[in-house]
Structures are given as C-alpha cells and as structure tokens.
Design a protein. Structure first.
Length: 223
C-alpha cells in the first residue's frame, strides 16, 4: 500500500518550518488564510525557499474574491510564477474561472505555460464550478497535475461521497487532493476516499501558525 502524502498549507515562515519538522511532504505557501489565501510576498517566498528542504509550492492568487481575473491580473500572476521558477520552487497553485464559473481554459493554459518545469496544482476555485466531473476532465485535458478540492461547498468531510467519486474517475491521470477542514479527528474517515495526497493547514482554534503536534499526528495517520 502506498503511503499518502501530506501537504501543509503554510501561512507563515513558522508554519512552513513546522510542516518540515512535523514530517510533511510538501508546503503550499500563502498569506491571509482568512480570505482563502493570496500570494505571499517575494521576501517570504525567498526566505522559505532557503529554509526548506522539502518541496515548496506557492499559491498564485493576486487578490481575494472571485476567480475571474482581468488581463492585468493575469500578467501579475505570470510575473509571480516567473519569480517562483527563478527561485527553483517545486510548483505553483493556480486557478482561474470564467464569469459562468467554469474552468477558464485560456487563462489556465497561460499560467501553465508560465510555470514551465514546475508542477501545477489547480486550487479550490474548483469547488465553485457547477459540474466537478466536467471540470476535472477539462483540467486533465489541459495537463494539470493535481486538483485541490473539498468536493464542493463546505469542508472535505461534508462532501466525502463526491470526493470518492472524483478519485475514482481521476484514475492515474490527475491527482485529486482532498483539502478543507482536514484535521486529526476526521482524517481516518477521509482516508477511505483512497486519495494519494491530503492537504491541511493544521491550525488549532487558538493558534496563528500550523501546529507542529497536529502535523505530526496527521503524518502518523497517513502511515
């Protein structure tokens, strides 16, 4: 049996270091989790890249709100992606939708082209689409490596049936990575989905940073 990977959504340098020390396989770096995350500063990306030995992926999202981006916002995202490539980051996390909340194939392709050698994850903009299976097929055809999703509105545990179907439909062509409210108290149930990767911020109710003990517990649950 293949051991599932753990990605920690890190909102700070402290969170990123806790992820590494807790045994996470990868870090997704962002800022402002209260609005769903936006792109971290260049200084933060650079310092985390210098400190981490595990792969670093960076969220590319210029603002909060919807995922229907203007041409100028697209250019900002491409510049941020280029910076991540220059630093040698392992991947970027992107997402772009049309006004009808379908996958924006043109903008997604432009962002993927900018990513070049880096791995590309499509983030939880995926949860906004009207048809998840149609959207997954579109992303698979575009060559996206991974989809971060809670299976729809709410947390992953609320959409466990949809997530299970997505994992089955994805087969080996694209990775479905459940995320959204994943904690030690529900990870065992979510493992029944059969996903190969899981995503968590590992935050506690009182903490500002990803919690080292929570990360270790999640890691142990996945072994």
């Amino acid at each position: 049996m293949v051991m599932a990977k753990l990605e920690i959504c890190a909102n700070s340098i402290e969170s990123a270091l806790n992820a590494q020390n807790g045994g996470a396989d990868r870090v997704e770096l962002c800022m402002e989790l209260s609005v769903g995350g936006v792109t971290p500063s260049k200084g933060m990306i650079q310092l985390v890249k210098e400190l981490l030995e595990i792969p670093l992926y960076v969220l590319i999202r210029p603002r909060s709100g919807d995922f229907n981006y203007s041409i100028m916002e697209l250019e900002i995202m491409k510049e941020d992606i280029a910076y991540c490539a220059e630093l040698g980051c392992g991947g970027v996390v992107i997402g772009a939708l049309t006004q009808e909340r379908k996958i924006d194939q043109t903008k997604t392709t432009a962002l993927m082209d900018a990513a070049g050698f880096m791995d590309v994850t499509f983030h939880r903009a995926f949860d906004e689409v009207p048809n998840h299976f149609e959207a997954m097929d579109t992303l698979r055809d575009l060559g996206i490596q991974r989809v971060l999703t809670s299976g729809g509105k709410g947390n992953a545990i609320d959409n466990i049936d949809t997530l299970c179907e997505l994992v089955e439909e994805a087969e080996d062509d694209i990775i479905i990575m459940p995320g959204g409210g994943i904690r030690t108290e529900n990870i065992t149930d979510l493992l029944e989905i059969g996903a190969l990767e899981y995503h968590s911020s590992a935050l506690t109710t009182s903490g500002r940073h990803s919690d080292l003990s929570v990360i270790k517990a999640l890691r142990n649950s996945l072994t």
